[in-house]
Design a binder for this molecule. Structure first.
Ligand SMILES: *Cc1c(COP(=O)(O)O)cnc(C)c1O
Length: 380
């Protein structure tokens, strides 16, 4: 038996999503090119694509015309940041981009590759939350864009996006947020959050990998320059034949996440509480981050390295808070940005829960984790 606790890295596709996707692939299904306008094969595929667009828009409280399909949140982050810089930097005479050191690499590395921009990377506080006073200081008439994620993928910390967006807008800047981890874990509304741009992904929410979207607010102030050239699909913002099965899969996954939201949130919250109560009883274990969603639990286990800890329970699928950079193991940049020492960073693990996480699996996790921690501690 194996037990999966790495839902923040990806989730299994819901069988209801698989079924929906299967209907869009073979000769009996809607396999046509949605851009073909000369026959029914194309029209039916186009109808599916527009159903998917309307469904995703409805789940995030947006207009269907505000959805631009992409290959995932990585591409959406790239398109948002590079697209805004290309379209608006010189026109507005603003070249400052503000982001947080705990953002996903898709945001941080995109910012690192911008030319002609001044990128300001703020450090979060030790609890993982943004320092709003520090933000206020760097919002000037030079600020073009602010990019801060809603739910952090390593700690689950929820940033005060409404307040950040309000401050960005008061300074005349645009607001982008990476929502890859937010959909299904929180109720997200583009209107309530007051976002100009938002990145979405399907596979963190029991949909397929390789598909996502960029929300682009319909407003003359918000413009995004295309980053790949071609047939001019997606109103010129993102060329490429639309993958009907992927888009329908994403939409069905989002629809299910919304449909089951309240019950699923409460269920995951109970599972998390069960884990927290059990593991904190072991002593010398800290939870990293405050104001988190229940689905992600990041722990520092004092005196125990994450690598041998995970090796001691091979049937449990966990993740370190660390990224393996070729030969050297580096502590997670997110935990480092919160001020954790290198040693504490390397003693941290992330447990993340999803729709397929059962109470039985959680009890296995607690049992294996307790034994592994006690045994490794008694050896040192
Ligand atoms: C997974 C993830 C991404 C990357 O999404 P893809 O769809 O895999 O490209 C970006 N940002 C966050 C916060 C994520 O968790």
């Amino acid at each position: 038996m194996a037990f999966y606790f790495d839902n923040a890295s990806t989730t299994p596709v819901d069988p209801r999503v698989v079924e929906r996707m299967n209907g869009c692939l073979s000769a009996e299904g809607t396999f046509g090119n949605p851009a073909s306008t000369t026959h029914g094969f194309g029209w039916f595929a186009s109808e599916e694509v527009e159903w998917a667009r309307a469904t995703v828009a409805e789940v995030i409280d947006a207009d269907p015309r505000e959805i631009v399909w992409t290959s995932g949140a990585t591409e959406a982050d790239n398109l948002a940041i590079r697209g805004v810089v290309d379209a608006l930097c010189s026109e507005r005479g603003r070249n400052r981009i503000v982001t947080l050191a705990s953002e996903h690499k898709a945001v941080l590395d995109t910012c690192a590759h911008l030319t002609g921009c001044e990128v300001i990377i703020l450090r979060p506080r030790s609890d993982g939350l943004i320092d709003l006073d520090a933000l206020a200081e760097v919002l000037t008439d030079q600020t073009l864009l602010v990019s801060v994620m809603l739910v952090n993928n390593e700690t689950g910390v929820v940033q005060p996006i409404q307040e950040i967006a309000k401050m960005a807008h008061q300074a005349g800047a645009l607001m982008h947020s990476d929502l890859a981890q937010a959909v299904g874990k929180l109720e997200v509304s583009m209107r309530a959050l007051d976002l100009d741009l938002a990145s979405l992904s399907a596979h963190k929410t029991h949909g397929p990998k390789g598909v996502g979207a960029l929300y682009v607010r319909r407003s003359s102030d918000v413009r995004v320059a295309e980053q790949q050239h071609g047939g001019g699909h997606e109103r010129g913002m993102r060329s490429g034949t639309l993958p009907t099965h992927q888009l329908v899969g994403m939409a069905e996954a989002y629809r299910l996440a919304q449909q089951d939201f309240a019950a699923e949130y409460a269920r995951v919250d109970q599972l998390r509480t069960r884990v927290v109560d059990a593991v904190l009883g072991l002593g010398d274990i800290q939870i990293n981050g405050r104001k988190t969603v229940p689905h992600i639990l990041n722990l520092t286990v004092q005196g125990v390295d994450a690598e041998p800890l995970m090796a001691a329970m091979p049937e449990i699928g966990l993740s370190t808070g660390s990224a393996c950079n070729s030969a050297t193991l580096e502590p997670s940049h997110v935990l480092q940005s919160m001020g954790l020492t290198r040693a504490d960073g390397l003693s941290s693990v992330r447990m993340s829960f999803g729709r397929t996480t059962t109470l039985e699996a959680v009890d296995h996790l607690i049992h294996s984790f307790t034994e592994a921690v006690q045994s490794l501690r008694s050896r040192s």
